[in-house]
Design a protein around this ligand. Structure first.
Ligand code: PEP
Length: 253
């Protein structure tokens, strides 16, 4: 069976008010999504309840959870709490959180908490720089092995891996990644996961691409890059562009 592609919008710390979040969400869901694709919106926690009430059919995700399940952890939000609010996905290991000091050991705890709470973890991996020695392979292998350390073989198929080369993300990107660069790393990630969990277990894990995805490069990443979908940052804040990326991916399916 062919894997369903997935398009995930990471709104980060945007937009600035509940009213704007509502408008953006309503504009996105105007589009008729086919059931051939999974579309997930990851707003800031505080908008979750409001958006969930507008339309139940688009799954929502969050951009972080606590590494603990409950207790005296001031300012933290647990996996069970966001599941209870309707979230079904969580972005973990994003480079912006790694840059704030989040380490693989903590990401690993969060992945286990996510799975125990019924959330599908979207693990972001990727190197900061590309070097001629191909050290990025070691960086990615290290992240995957540490982040999935001790994760149960039976629950790993609920995870999604997003390859997000840090140098290709956001408005300060050095350049765009190529579909070939993505494909090479996706094959490498599949091999690491197969060695760890067995080829049969991982054949349904989606390996998606993130980093300056837009309406011009999406098709190439899906066709030449064989991406199982996208994690979209900036262009998920523009309903028209986000819908277009979804439509492009749908057509290739
Ligand atoms: C991201 O930060 O995960 C991301 C993919 O952002 P952008 O699409 O803006 O590069």
């Amino acid at each position: 069976m062919q894997k369903k592609k997935i398009i995930i919008g990471n709104w980060k710390m945007n937009p600035e008010s509940g009213k704007l979040a509502e408008t953006l969400y309503k504009n996105i869901i105007k589009s008729k999504f086919s059931s051939k694709l999974d579309v997930v919106i990851c707003p800031p926690f505080v908008y979750l309840e409001k958006l969930k009430k507008i339309l139940k059919k688009i799954p929502l995700g969050v951009q972080n959870i606590s590494h603990k399940d409950k207790g005296a952890f001031t300012g933290e939000v647990s996996g069970n709490m966001v599941y209870d609010l309707g979230a079904r996905y969580v972005i973990l290991g994003h480079s912006e959180r790694r840059a704030m000091g989040e380490e693989d050991e903590v990401i690993n705890q969060k992945i286990k908490i996510a799975l125990a709470s019924g959330l599908n973890p979207i693990l972001c991996v990727g190197e900061k720089n590309r070097d001629d020695n191909h050290d990025y392979f070691n960086v990615i292998k290290n992240q995957i092995e540490k982040d999935f350390n001790g994760v149960n073989k039976n629950s790993i198929s609920n995870a999604i891996v997003a390859y997000e080369p840090v140098w290709a993300i956001g408005k300060d990107a050095v350049r765009e990644a190529t579909p070939e660069e993505f494909r090479e790393v996706a094959v490498f990630i599949k091999k690491i996961l197969s060695d760890k969990f067995g080829a049969n277990t991982v054949k349904n894990i989606r390996i998606i691409y993130g980093g300056s995805v837009n309406t011009k490069n999406a098709q190439d990443f899906v066709v030449a890059g064989e991406a199982d979908g996208f994690l979209v940052g900036r262009d998920s804040l523009d309903a028209k562009k986000f819908i277009k990326i979804i439509e492009i991916t749908e057509k290739v399916n």
